[in-house]
Design a protein around this ligand. Structure first.
Ligand code: HEM
Length: 93
């Protein structure tokens, strides 16, 4: 309760476990479409990791800021690719 960053870190860690367990080729095949739905949780979990880092630093937020920007860039790039594909699909119809 006194250190909520620990709770956030723990939450992120626990949420990573099902993703780790389903990261084999066999599990990917077995889960099919549901694999993708499950692994979209990373869009929530990874920002939680960054939030955890932000909460534990005191004055100097430069390092968590770098992590946050890199994550935003990487996840943003994936979202952008998806939106582009959706728009192309809508255009073809
Ligand atoms: C059970 C789960 C977790 C606990 C209890 C926990 C706890 C902690 C604690 C106590 C620190 C401060 C260390 C120090 O400087 O004294 C820390 C730092 C950090 N944690 Fe976690 N954490 C957990 C999970 C995670 C997860 C899942 C991530 C990322 C996805 C993460 C990323 C970080 C980062 C980036 C730092 C800063 C490291 C640095 O000092 O440069 N943690 N964590």
């Amino acid at each position: 309760m006194k250190r909520p960053y620990i709770t956030i870190g723990m939450l992120a860690f626990l949420m990573l476990i099902p993703l780790a367990l389903t990261s084999t080729r066999k599990m990917m095949r077995r889960l099919g479409k549901r694999w993708q739905q499950l692994h979209r949780a990373i869009y929530l979990i990874a920002p939680l990791g960054v939030l955890h880092f932000f909460m534990l630093v005191k004055a100097d937020i430069r390092e968590p800021l770098i992590y946050g920007l890199l994550l935003a860039l990487l996840l943003g790039y994936r979202v952008r690719g998806r939106v582009t594909r959706l728009l192309q699909f809508a255009h073809c119809r």
